[in-house]
Design a protein around this ligand. Structure first.
Ligand code: ADP
Ligand code: MG
Length: 663
């Protein structure tokens, strides 16, 4: 019968499930003893009655409990109807039938509980992968300590073949780590000093020393598990609709049954007892248990399956929405490209401009008139000034420039003030002088006019797909720096797969210049490109797309959060590395792998298909059983079997989503 098991209940009460199993066994035993005993003439009528009462109590306990709880909220649920039907059967002396009903009801609920518990276990199993102890080096001695006792800053030693016990940073050693528990990606990832490693992943080839960066309760693995459990409690709209519909439907069934009873007895067609029996059967078979469990059974399994592949859905709602997507907007930097730009050209103004530009006489004449006359500097100076200005910025371009200075052994200068302007650049005071570094828009805003040859060079570099940043000091041009980012090798196949899935609109959004954006778009066959966007303009474009069709925004989670928020499904990449991504997106791809996008959509569509199969099947069974009651006088036990059977079919159909066909 109706189970009213919402996902939370299934997810949080394995204990209740065990009790239900015990009670089901008691119910089975008393029912069987009573039935066989009576048929073989071994039981006195009193003993038989006692056994049936026992079967009623054990089989109906949970149903009555749930039914009364709902009644207290002035709601009729179908647990209540089921208990009423069983009591009704007893009232007309059909104890065996009523007990059979309760037995099948509690058996079916128990099985459902276990089945749905499996998807929860699929996630919990991840936690067991984390070793309980870690080998720590403290005060020069090595000792085994429980992972809970690890402190941030401790140094842990991990040997080949062992699982990494904690989140941390490699201090020394080189190895390859199988991170499939976090990212779903089974190819081992090379690790060298400075790289991040995650609790629960498998160290394969070398010994490494890891500095602990997070306590055991706060690791990425722990967050994943927590998030998936929360996701399972957050309901999909279909599920919410079905749950809201339950009490109304239950009341409708009661009314219908009363009406039927009144018409058939007052009409005088049937004796009261047989009309009542039919009414009870009707009560059972008309209950939409299968209908209500149809959605959670499928959604829970799909969420668990996705998590195993490194795709975290924050709730069933996003799974439903992902199935309907028609458009996808992607951020360029860090999403379509690797996001680790490298400096390719450092061009001081003097390399492009002739000697005459740097004549002190010229500066003295032109500057008062508002011309920004360039300053001569060497490559090292240019790189040093730029890197100093960028040293506190978190932008990927900033990191690349600082790295280039480091490689070239250029020392950084003192920086007293820095101000980052999102989508434009950075303003900093380096050695007491104002340095401006950023894109062309940033310099326009400052009303700087750069010599034509430098502008022409910038244009050429951008046409090659390089991002150009300009550098000035005290408003005088110093030169420019070009950076190149690689298109991800997985981007082209991922976009092709998305197109094959019927995603008809693929859009690129970027704060970078038009020419760079188009160079990347050409490589990936992206037709719709919006470039030179400030963060709020990305939001406007996504809002416009969202008004036209269901759209997903895919980004790296840091500066794309507002755009993700206005899309139907915000998807963050590379969640294993950044907490922000984990927190702001609706769906997180743990691996830095765009091919998870088509996987995600396929899985969502498969889940939707199974949900609808379940809904159609449950409704069909109800119709067939209700008609059978009227046409063939369906006996109550058969009705119960059909009804509970359909509920289990629906649950197990949903569980198919746990095993993945496609990857
Ligand atoms: P995207 O949308 O591609 O992720 P952003 O919005 O972060 O790019 O930045 C857009 C543009 O702004 C960059 O291409 C760069 O020209 C400029 N910019 C932003 N921050 C910086 C910085 N710290 N240093 C230099 N340029 C920057
Ligand atoms: Mg970005």
């Amino acid at each position: 019968m109706f189970s009213e098991k919402s996902s939370e209940e299934v997810a949080v009460s394995p204990d209740a499930n065990r009790w239900e199993a015990v009670l089901t066994v008691i119910c089975t035993l008393s029912l069987a003893t009573a039935w066989f005993g009576a048929h073989l003439g071994l039981l006195s009528p009193l003993l038989e009655r006692i056994l049936y009462v026992l079967a009623y109590i054990s089989g109906g306990f949970f149903g009555a409990w749930e039914g009364l709880r709902a009644l207290r909220r002035l709601e009729l649920n179908i647990d209540f109807l089921m208990v009423v039907a069983a009591l009704g059967a007893a009232a007309i002396g059909e104890w065996a039938e009523g007990a059979t009903l309760l037995f099948l009801f509690s058996l079916s609920n128990t099985l459902q509980g276990y089945a749905l518990g499996r998807s929860r276990k699929a996630i919990r199993a991840l936690m067991d992968l984390r070793p309980a102890e870690a080998l720590v080096r403290r005060d020069g001695r090595e000792e085994l300590v429980p992972v809970e006792a690890l402190r941030v800053g401790d140094v842990v030693i991990v040997k080949p073949g062992e699982r990494i016990p904690i989140d941390g940073q490699v201090l020394s050693g080189f190895t390859a780590v199988d991170q499939s528990t976090i990212t779903g990606e089974s190819m081992p990832v090379d690790k060298e000093p400075g790289d991040q490693v995650f609790a629960g992943t498998l160290n394969t080839t070398g010994v490494i020393e890891v500095e602990v960066t997070r306590p055991a309760t706060d690791t990425t693995l722990a967050k994943i598990i927590q998030m998936v459990e929360q996701a399972q409690a957050r309901k999909a709209p279909t599920q919410r609709f079905l749950e809201a519909f339950e009490p109304k439907y239950a009341a409708g069934v009661i009314l219908g049954v009363l009406l039927f009873l009144a018409v058939s007895t007052l009409g005088g067609h049937q004796p009261f007892d047989s009309a009542f029996y039919r009414a009870m059967t009707l009560l059972v078979v008309a209950s939409p248990c299968a209908l209500v469990i149809s959605t959670p059974a499928a959604i829970l399994s799909a969420i668990a399956n996705a998590a195993r592949r490194g795709i975290l859905f924050k709730g069933g709602a996003y799974l439903e929405q992902a199935a309907t997507l028609e458009a996808i907007a992607l951020d360029k930097t860090g999403t379509l490209t690797v996001g680790r730009p490298r400096v390719t050209d450092v061009v001081p103004a003097a390399e492009v401009l002739g000697e005459a530009w740097f004549d002190p006489q010229l500066a003295a004449e032109l500057q008062p008139k508002g011309y920004d006359v360039p300053v001569r500097c060497t490559r090292e100076e240019l790189l040093g000034v730029a890197a100093s200005a960028e040293r506190y910025s978190e932008h990927p371009l900033a990191a690349a420039i600082v790295e280039a200075a480091h490689q070239a052994n250029v020392p950084l200068d003192e920086v007293t003030e820095t101000q980052a302007v999102p989508g434009q650049g950075v303003l900093a005071r380096v050695d007491g002088r104002e340095v401006r570094i950023g894109n062309w828009r940033f310099f326009e805003a400052a009303r700087q006019i750069w010599p034509m040859p430098l502008q022409v060079l910038a244009r050429q570099l951008e046409q090659e797909g390089k991002t150009v940043v300009f550098v000035s000091r005290e408003n005088r041009p110093l030169g420019l720096i070009a950076l190149a980012d690689m298109v991800r090798p997985d981007a082209a196949p991922a976009l092709a797969a998305l197109r094959a899935l019927g995603i008809r609109r693929i859009v690129m959004l970027t704060g970078d210049s038009h020419r760079v954006a188009e160079a990347v778009a050409r490589q990936l066959d992206i037709l719709e490109v919006y470039a030179e966007l400030l963060p709020h303009q990305k939001v406007e474009i996504v809002e416009r797309l969202a008004a036209q069709a269901p759209v997903a925004m895919v980004g790296d989670g840091v500066n794309d959060a507002p755009a993700m928020a206005v899309s139907h499904v915000g998807i963050a990449m590379g969640g294993a590395g950044t907490d922000v991504a984990l927190e702001t997106a609706d769906v997180v791809l743990m691996a830095d792998d765009l091919k998870r996008l088509p996987t995600l959509i396929r899985l969502a569509r498969r889940a939707r298909r199974i949900v609808w199969q379940n809904i159609a099947f449950s409704l069909a069974v109800i119709v067939v059983l209700v008609l059978s009651v009227f046409l063939f006088d369906l006996p109550l036990p058969l009705g119960v079997v059909g009804h509970e059977g359909s509920t289990l079919v629906v649950v197990f159909n949903g569980l198919r989503l746990l095993s993945g066909r496609e990857s």
